[in-house]
Ligand binder design. Structure first.
Ligand SMILES: [Mg+2]
Length: 175
């Protein structure tokens, strides 16, 4: 079913997410993808991202970085952030997501997955029953043609955006 690729919310980027609203509905754990979600693929963290994680911690959230990338890459990114993390997560397989819940010591109802890919981040979260937010991927090189996977993603998103039943299922329920 195509609905397994539908996110609960769709945002421009990680900075436009309404974290206050997430906290109000009981979310305490934020599971982030890194590449093209927080920073361009393979890049280190930025001051803006470091500040975001500082703010989230102060708000009472616990964060976990869930990445299909390797340990060294994540440790470099995480140097100033100090978040929990899982490398080589194998998304969209469910194992990494379930491990994330156990590391956070939280139920799935208390957590949200935030990522840029419907076929890994969103699909995996949906398989585990974890609410999720898709963000527009960071296209720092402004590439027009981004491969077949992004094209399929574009088709899924067009269908998703026409489905009022599936949009705004998390914190924008009233819109
Ligand atoms: Mg990504």
């Amino acid at each position: 079913m195509i609905t397994r690729y539908f996110p609960h919310e769709y945002e421009d980027d990680v900075f436009t997410i309404d974290y206050d609203a997430l906290y109000r509905i009981g979310i305490r754990g934020l599971i982030f993808d890194i590449d093209n979600t927080l920073v361009p693929h393979g890049k280190g963290s930025s001051e803006k991202v470091d500040a975001l994680f500082g703010r989230l911690k102060a708000m009472g959230f616990t964060t976990l970085l869930l990445s299909n990338n390797g340990t060294q890459r994540i440790e470099n990114f995480n140097a100033n952030i100090g978040s929990l993390y899982i490398a080589d997560a194998g998304k969209p397989a469910t194992e990494g997501f379930n491990k994330a819940l156990s590391m956070l010591a939280m139920d799935k109802e208390q957590t949200v997955v935030i990522g840029d890919q419907v076929f890994t981040d969103i699909c995996g979260a949906n398989r585990c029953g974890i609410a999720n937010i898709l963000v527009k991927y960071i296209n720092h090189e402004k590439i027009e043609w981004k491969g077949w996977k992004r094209y399929l993603e574009w088709i899924v998103l067009r269908i998703y955006l026409c489905s009022n039943k599936h949009k705004h299922r998390l914190y924008r329920k009233t819109i």
